[in-house]
Ligand binder design. Structure first.
Ligand SMILES: Nc1ncnc2c1ncn2[C@@H]1O[C@H](COP(=O)(O)OP(=O)(O)OP(=O)(O)O)[C@@H](O)[C@H]1O
Ligand SMILES: [Mg+2]
Length: 500
């Protein structure tokens, strides 16, 4: 890719980017939120037309006007939100995408299964073509997307933050698969904010900042601090410091809480915990052990089958999210696109979402657009949400900036209790530093914080106390400072030894 320029209204997402990719390499693309990584790959994949610049593929100049054309030339992209039809099998999903409208439906499925099985074996994907997609874990669904790209003959594979939603074991599996694909001569673009992964899996690293290439360097010549500095343009603290907690009265109490998951199976089995003002209680655990259900029950998005939730002394069990919010709970949701924002509403509207009906935003029944805009400008400046205008739809924000918008909105409500679930998923190193500082400042100003995170590093960095969740239960609680990582790891894996 030579001199790629891509503009959006008010933003230059790519300002003359040169990027090259070799067969047999894993090439990482690094950069702050909004640096232009996804845009560059969308240009390559035919989703966007560049305003200037050239793309050359195997010595020939190409200009894709759609992903279909890019796929036809051997490109494949694995998106973060999978586009699989859940009731269908793996093979059906893969053939579904492939079929042209003129082709008859009568595929020889047996032959397809055989081919997919051999392809899956060749690259160590461990996917059964006959499995219905709804039975697969997130990591497996991702591997189906990879298999789909390979089935269509991909020689170039683009993965945009593939590890953000995976468990640590799934991450290791994926990285091994990427090495194997590169070993077979595929060219891989790997986008990630996790510097450790990037250093572990890549051959070369390109760092983008503000739509420009800062540097392309061999991975052996790089280290975490140096990469962070190149991305951000300053020294980044990879861990923020905090003073000891000064816990006060109990603000959030969960007692003997039980609930079922979407399939009707027990997901919470008698969870009890307390969070006090001025402290951060971190819930550690491998994804899928009831953390999402706990988040949903506390915030009123899922019914408790038994037990109670109390916020600031008031019963919150099975009340509506609005009523629970009014008791003083703010919520940074783990699934920001599904629960955290209205993508087609403006950034300003998103920022005053729960407060829009109140003064000063509504006066005598009239929406005060000017006051809403002022508040939005204040919040975007205070929380460093980068956008040319608060009147743009929220969907135009890059992933990290969308997360900062949600944080800004929730903290602007001056909550008594904050439930922060995966608050830094998809954020770059400096945004993580910022969010961590903000959470600690909130704690110090007296907010009670329940932190749910599958990132053990994050739990260890922030928590005053740590509770480990396993199969719907709290299997141990310990002090955060000086916590034994090894012991937490064992508990996360199901060993019930508790330090209590
Ligand atoms: N469809 C769009 N309309 C308007 N602006 C956009 C659009 N897509 C991206 N942008 C803007 O282009 C810039 C680059 O965004 P991009 O999504 O490429 O960043 P990124 O490096 O992938 O960031 P992140 O790490 O947060 O995913 C951002 O300022 C973003 O707001
Ligand atoms: Mg992106």
């Amino acid at each position: 890719m030579h001199g790629i320029v891509k503009r959006f209204p008010g933003v230059i997402a790519n300002a003359g980017v040169d990027f090259d990719l070799l067969p047999g390499e894993v090439h990482a693309l690094l950069g702050e939120n909004g640096a232009g990584k996804t845009t560059l790959m969308n240009v390559l994949y035919g989703l966007y037309r560049p305003d200037a610049g050239e793309i050359w593929l195997r010595g020939r100049r190409v200009a894709f006007s759609s992903p279909r054309e890019a796929i036809g030339q051997g490109l494949g992209m694995v998106h973060q939100h999978f586009m699989l039809v859940k009731p269908f099998t793996v093979a059906e999903n893969i053939v579904l995408g492939q079929r042209s409208p003129r082709e008859p439906l009568a595929h020889d499925m047996r032959q397809t299964h055989r081919y997919l099985r051999s392809l899956s074996g060749q690259y160590g994907l461990a996917i059964d073509p006959a499995a219905p997609v709804w039975t697969l874990s997130v990591g497996e669904q991702q591997r189906v997307e990879i298999l789909k790209a390979l089935y269509r003959g991909a020689e170039v594979l683009i993965l945009d933050e593939p590890t953000a939603v995976l468990t640590p074991q799934e991450v290791d599996d994926l990285l091994a698969i990427l090495r194997r694909l590169a070993g077979e001569g595929k060219a891989i673009v790997f986008i990630s904010h996790k510097l450790g992964e990037v250093l572990g899996v890549s051959d070369r690293i390109t760092v983008l900042r503000d739509g420009k290439v800062v540097e392309t360097l061999p991975a052996q010549a790089a280290d975490e601090h140096g990469l962070a500095r190149r991305m951000v343009g300053r020294e980044v603290l990879l861990r923020v410091s905090k003073g000891p907690a000064q816990p006060g009265e109990v603000r959030l109490a969960v007692q003997n809480l039980s609930a079922v998951n979407d399939r009707g199976l027990p997901a919470l089995r008698g969870v009890s915990l307390e969070v006090r003002t001025g402290e951060i209680l971190g819930i550690a655990g491998v994804a899928g052990n009831g953390q999402t259900e706990l988040e949903e029950v506390i915030t009123g998005l899922r019914r408790a089958t038994s037990g109670t939730v109390t916020i600031c002394g008031h019963t919150a069990t099975n009340r509506s999210p609005t009523a629970i919010g009014a008791l003083g709970l703010a919520h940074i949701p783990s699934d920001r696109y599904a629960m955290g924002m209205l993508r087609y509403f403006t950034i300003a509207e998103n920022l005053v979402l729960q407060r829009v009906g109140q003064a000063p935003f509504t006066q005598r029944g009239w929406l005060r657009k000017d006051i809403i805009r002022q508040e939005a400008q204040r919040l975007t400046a205070a929380f460093d949400v980068r956008t040319p205008s608060v009147e743009n739809p929220a969907r135009t924000l890059s992933g990290g900036n969308a997360q900062k918008m949600i944080l800004a909105r929730e903290l602007a409500r001056q909550p008594k209790v904050l439930l922060a679930a995966q608050p830094t998923r998809g954020l770059d190193v400096s945004a993580i530093e910022y969010v961590h500082r903000t959470l600690i400042a909130q704690r110090d100003s007296g907010v009670a914080i329940l932190l749910i995170s599958t990132e053990l590093d994050e739990i260890l960095a922030l928590s005053d106390r740590i509770a480990v969740m396993y199969e719907g239960q709290i299997v141990g609680v310990m002090d955060g400072p000086g916590a034994d990582i090894h012991q937490i790891g064992l508990m996360m894996a199901g060993s019930k030894r508790s330090s209590l």
